[in-house]
Design a protein around this ligand. Structure first.
Ligand code: ATP
Length: 263
């Protein structure tokens, strides 16, 4: 369970990232985070594993404070949290196998990590994770030989071997075509439903958020302005969230994919 208690974030230049967020996310939820560019979605996501430090309040995961965690505790917390990003964050010149194995690094001492001394179980876990995302045959390929969608699946496999209980996905489909986008979303949904992982995902597509989530959070100027099920996200709510820029959002579609731009 993730708890946000009176959380605010003000960047050093005075820009407000988050304003007084109070929130509770239960294990196994699939939460999509939507809102205009600059609304605070990434700040919210990155504060959960403390890639961004908050300036006020407290964030707790299973009753352990992320905010006050020392170095070792933070390392343990981060072990439980997988991260997927728009740019995949793979070591491009390394093999798929090595990239997926790196999901285990948090479980090893620094020396073993440097030497790359992984156990036989971890090699098995890597194969199993790649099988789950349909990429086992790419085990020994270089990561930069893969398509964007395949690279994103490698980063999903990495969170699987990490055995992360929470997966944070920061616009994971922003650079992908509509067909690949759907595959990635289905992979995440499958992991959510069958492996009972909590998924928190930033999305620019309202349609995808509605189709895949159990809960939608909308941010505006650092505040949560909607928190509910996809069914409750009415046209009126969307107009509030997007400041009636709904039509413009359609025009600005990154893939020109009308299916996901209809509200
Ligand atoms: N490192 C930073 N320093 C200063 N201001 C920042 C920093 N990172 C983000 N901001 C500001 O904080 C606000 C929230 O940004 P954030 O990246 O969380 O928004 P977002 O909803 O994720 O946007 P996008 O959809 O464009 O990724 C914005 O006004 C942004 O300019």
């Amino acid at each position: 369970m993730i708890i946000f208690e009176n959380v605010s974030k003000i960047y050093k230049n005075g820009v407000v990232g988050l304003r007084d967020i109070n929130l509770r996310i239960e294990d196994g939820e699939f939460v999509s985070v939507i809102g205009l560019s600059g609304a605070g979605k990434s700040t919210f996501l990155r504060s959960i594993n403390r890639l961004t430090d908050i300036t006020k309040g407290d964030i707790r995961i299973n009753e352990v404070s992320v905010t006050r965690a020392g170095k070792k505790q933070l390392r343990n917390i981060r072990c439980q949290i997988g991260m997927i990003s728009q740019s995949f964050n793979l070591v491009k010149r390394s093999t798929v196998q090595k990239n997926v194995l790196s999901g285990r690094l948090g479980y090893y001492s620094t020396l073993k990590s440097i030497l790359g001394l992984f156990s036989r179980e971890d090699y098995e876990r890597t194969k199993e994770a790649l099988k789950q995302v349909g990429l086992l045959e790419k085990l020994h390929s270089r990561s930069d030989e893969l398509s964007g969608g395949q690279q994103q699946r490698v980063s999903i496999a990495r969170t699987l071997v990490q055995q992360a209980e929470i997966i944070l996905a920061d616009e994971p489909v922003a650079s992908l075509d509509p067909v690949t986008t759907l595959k990635i979303m289905k992979d995440l949904k499958d992991i959510n439903e069958n492996r009972k992982k909590t998924i928190i995902i930033n999305l620019h597509s309202v349609e995808l958020a509605k189709e895949f989530s159990t809960r939608i959070l909308a941010f505006k100027e650092g505040r949560i302005v909607f928190d509910g099920t996809p069914e409750k996200l009415s046209k009126e709510e969307l107009e509030k969230i997007y400041e009636k820029n709904v039509g413009k959002e359609k025009e600005g579609s990154r893939h020109g994919d009308k299916r996901y731009d209809t509200l």
